[in-house]
Design a protein. Structure first.
Length: 369
């Protein structure tokens, strides 16, 4: 991702689109080790500070750690992060297999030391995008998402950098804390977060923040579009991890091609099942939609071979991100809203045709009402 974002920025600069190129400043300084180790060392010696290491292809916070000294990277490489790779010495039948040591690939990023805090705690966001096609690019964005919080109050003290409960928001890590809140799961729904931020910083600033987050998703997709293989029979669901700094600037941390769909609270379960139901409404394998809908079951079309502009009559903000998801007219019940429901149970009641909006008209199952 970082390589493609850098390439996209250079391409825009060569085309003279300097203003658009300047917008690609939403990822922290990033290198891939060991391939870019020399470049990383040069940058580290210039700026120092705290950096974070993440193993490529891992999940749930496994293998992530922070450091402030190059010696810590040397210890990491030589001690236990080597993968033995057999190679062959000789060119005849007496050739001998020899183990060569190859370091595991990691991403190293400049750590964002001054994040926005709520209640003194650090958090990041998980947002969802659905790509129906890469050529041409067609993207839907889900209105809902959630913030993941640490259990411990944040500290930028270098002595605390080894405390994962302070710095890492991954649920797999935080659930092991003594003060883990099983009721909330350390999460806040995106709409609730947006309302809180508006009450604290004002509508205009927060609306601009959510617009910037939407543009991060789209610009990241535009950066990888040239290298993606398009298959008109496929779709992709991506999970975007974004953090906000103390100046209300959003930063892209990573993009998950297989975002976790497990839930640790009832609310989390409801949100994710509704998101998946809506995703399948957009995919429309039953052929219920007409194909030109812009809003389907909480998914909003934000890019269709060009940016989609919001009709001011539909929304008073610049983006639907963080808005409420409309409910179907009748016949659809959420888990647990009638007797006998449970956190992990089946959905009760028949589910209606998808709720869609086309040309300012509400559509149920492709029929205008």
């Amino acid at each position: 991702m970082a390589k493609n974002l850098k390439r996209r920025r250079r391409t825009l600069e060569k085309e003279g689109r300097m203003e658009e190129a300047a917008q690609y400043d939403f990822i922290p300084t990033t290198f891939v080790l060991p391939r870019e180790y020399a470049m990383f060392v040069e940058e580290f010696k210039k700026v120092g500070g705290i950096w974070i290491m993440k193993p490529i292809g891992s999940a749930q916070g496994k293998g992530i750690f922070l450091f402030t000294r190059l010696s810590e990277i040397s210890d990491w490489k030589t001690d236990f992060k080597y993968k033995p790779t057999p190679s062959v010495v000789g060119s005849n039948r007496n050739s001998v297999a020899v183990d060569e040591k190859e370091v595991e690939a990691y991403v190293v990023q400049r750590y964002l030391q001054y994040p926005l805090l709520i209640g003194g705690k650090k958090f990041d966001l998980r947002l969802y995008a659905l790509v129906m096609s890469f050529s041409p690019l067609k993207v839907f964005q889900y209105r809902r998402g959630f913030a993941r919080f640490t259990n411990s109050r944040y500290s930028s003290d270098p002595e605390e950098i080894y405390n994962g409960f302070v710095h890492l928001t991954n649920v797999a890590i935080q659930k092991n804390a003594d003060n883990y809140d099983e009721r909330t799961g350390g999460k806040m729904e995106l709409q609730a977060l947006k309302i809180y931020l508006m009450s604290r910083y004002g509508i205009e600033k927060v609306d601009a923040l959510f617009w910037d987050m939407q543009m991060i998703i789209l610009r990241a997709l535009l950066a990888v579009q040239p290298v993606m293989i398009n298959d008109r029979h496929c779709f992709e669901l991506y999970g975007y991890d974004i953090i906000i700094d103390q100046n209300l600037k959003p930063w892209l941390l990573e993009v998950n091609a297989s975002p976790s769909l497990t839930a640790n609270t009832r609310e989390d379960y409801l949100m994710k099942t509704e998101m998946l139901h809506g995703m399948l409404d957009v995919v429309d394998m039953e052929g219920l939609l007409q194909g030109d809908e812009e809003h389907v079951s909480g998914w909003d079309l934000v890019f269709d071979n060009g940016y989609i502009e919001i009709d001011p009559a539909q929304c008073g903000y610049t983006t639907f991100l963080g808005a409420a998801v409309p409910e179907p007219e009748t016949g659809r019940e959420r888990v647990g809203e009638t007797g006998g429901g449970s956190d992990g149970g089946e959905e009760e009641g028949a589910r209606n045709s998808p709720v869609a909006i086309k040309n300012n008209q509400t559509v149920y199952g492709g029929v205008d009402r």
